[in-house]
Design a protein around this ligand. Structure first.
Ligand code: ATP
Ligand code: MG
Length: 181
């Protein structure tokens, strides 16, 4: 079995800026910041999956039709139920919503059972966070979304390690192609 999820990764500079911002917020919240290299936005979580199903997951992802777009990160917040501090868009970009929906639909066609929860686009930057009284303002953050990845998560003594299994570029023309599948 392998633990798998689909995600998008920010540019390194953006991930570093988020880590720095989280280090500042940590004075309010305590907890553990996510290191820059691990900062991501999860599109779909497959969880423990038989290794022989990796090919099917890749096949489903290759059928996804979605266009490149920008992901603004304008808001930060704390969720009490899972004690995370997150950054995210004020409104989910339509192209990101479409990407997540297309991916979920293609995975479902191949028999992957995903959670029916609504897609909540957010980037976890700090775990085990207390509710903050106030947070430092977010810096300006650039995130061009040009591909998504299938990622393997391995739990070891040091925590989770993420390894990219396969990348899937978004094509500017795929919006047109989707009329002719
Ligand atoms: P750790 O579990 O060691 O704290 P992690 O949560 O980052 O680390 P995973 O549990 O493998 O590592 O999760 C990988 C990604 O999938 C993370 O973004 C996580 O928030 C998300 N995720 C985990 N479980 C679920 C779930 N049940 N539904 C949706 N997303 C999930
Ligand atoms: Mg987890």
């Amino acid at each position: 079995m392998v633990r798998l999820f689909f995600a998008i990764w920010p540019p390194a500079a953006t991930a570093q800026a988020l880590e720095r911002w989280a280090e500042g917020a940590r004075r309010e919240t305590g907890g553990r910041t996510i290191r820059a290299a691990a900062v991501h936005l999860t599109l779909a979580f497959l969880g423990e999956t038989p290794a022989q199903r990796i090919a099917a997951a890749i096949g489903a992802a290759r059928r996804v039709r979605a266009v490149p777009h920008r992901l603004p990160l304008e808001e930060a917040g704390h969720w009490a139920h899972n004690r995370i501090l997150w950054a995210g868009p004020r409104e989910i970009p339509a192209a990101l919503e479409a990407l997540a929906q297309s991916l979920a639909a293609e995975l479902a066609r191949d028999g992957f059972a995903l959670e029916q929860r609504r897609f909540a686009a957010h980037v976890t930057v700090l775990r085990k966070a207390r509710a903050p009284h106030r947070l430092p303002p977010l810096p300006a953050l650039e995130w061009p979304v040009e591909e998504f990845s299938l990622v393997r998560s391995t739990l070891d003594a040091a925590g989770s390690r993420y390894d990219v299994v396969e990348r899937f570029p978004l094509s500017a023309k795929s919006g047109e192609n989707s009329f002719f599948p």
